[in-house]
Design a protein around this ligand. Structure first.
Ligand code: 4HQ
Length: 249
């Protein structure tokens, strides 16, 4: 019995979120009942006829602040049982998203609720009393929390059973096991004078596996050496790494 993974999003731009979820792999995952995403318009939870969700900051200063009440009302209305929800706020102040956090969220039993802010900020009382978790997707400033919510839903969903066609592809890539990916090639064998490494055409699967491992180690050493500090090398990988370092010195 497979359990469908449930997500919720509260946003003033539901169309933006629907557009992404209506394409490609996530669209299929939703159609096949592997995931469900409940999208809610924050304005539906405002309490005035203008559907106001923001106001001027106490103490002055630039920009607008999102009012607390619509966020509280949306969560309490849609997900009234605390134990069944994990409310996540997207903000540069949160812990920085990673493949490890994606794995953690993919194992989470509670519904994952994303609160998407716009404008300058969200009233601090939302952070203090409504959310369970605060996540950033990186050290840069966006115009809203919608893209971060979609980034997280995307990374989490592809780790769920059956979401990707091929069960191996989720694990075989960069980061899933701590190294960068190796180079990939497809037909034609010769493109504008540029060939394909001979080993990939050899049919020797052991040689191909070793070449790919070498390429992964080399790319990681050259482009992201800090990743190697946390990656436990196997005996074979240590040997390959010695060779790579000799060649390049
Ligand atoms: N935000 N990772 C939403 C971000 C952000 C990030 C700035 C959050 C704007 C309204 N969120 N506010 N980086 O840049 O998650």
């Amino acid at each position: 019995m497979i359990m469908r993974k449930k997500f919720g999003i509260v946003t003033i731009f539901p169309d933006m979120v629907r557009a992404y979820l209506g394409c490609s792999i996530l669209k299929r995952a939703i159609e096949n009942n592997l995931i469900a995403v409940a999208i809610h318009n924050l304005r539906d939870y405002s309490t005035d006829k203008h559907r106001t969700v923001d106001d001027y900051p106490y103490g002055g200063g630039p920009g607008m602040v999102m009012k607390p009440e619509p966020f509280f009302r949306s969560v309490e209305d849609q997900w009234p049982i605390r134990e069944n929800r994990r409310v996540i706020m997207l903000s540069p102040r949160g812990r920085v998203f990673s493949q490890e956090i994606a794995r953690e969220l993919s194992r989470e039993k509670r519904e994952l609720i994303f609160l998407c802010g716009r404008y300058e900020a969200i009233d601090e009382r939302v952070r203090e009393h409504l959310i369970d978790d605060e996540i950033s997707i990186g050290d840069y400033v966006l115009t809203g929390g919608e893209l971060p919510a979609l980034v997280i839903i995307d990374a989490v969903s592809r780790l769920l059973p059956d979401v990707l066609g091929d069960s191996r592809s989720a694990e075989d890539e960069s980061f899933s096991y701590g190294l960068l990916d190796y180079p990939h090639y497809t037909r034609p064998e010769m493109f504008r004078g540029m060939g394909v490494p001979n080993v990939l055409l050899s049919g020797n699967h052991e040689e191909i596996r070793k070449w790919r491992k070498r390429q992964s180690l080399k790319a990681t050493l050259q482009k992201r050496p800090e990743l190697l500090a946390i990656y436990a090398l196997s005996d074979e990988e240590k040997l390959l790494m010695e060779q790579i370092k000799e060649e390049t010195s």
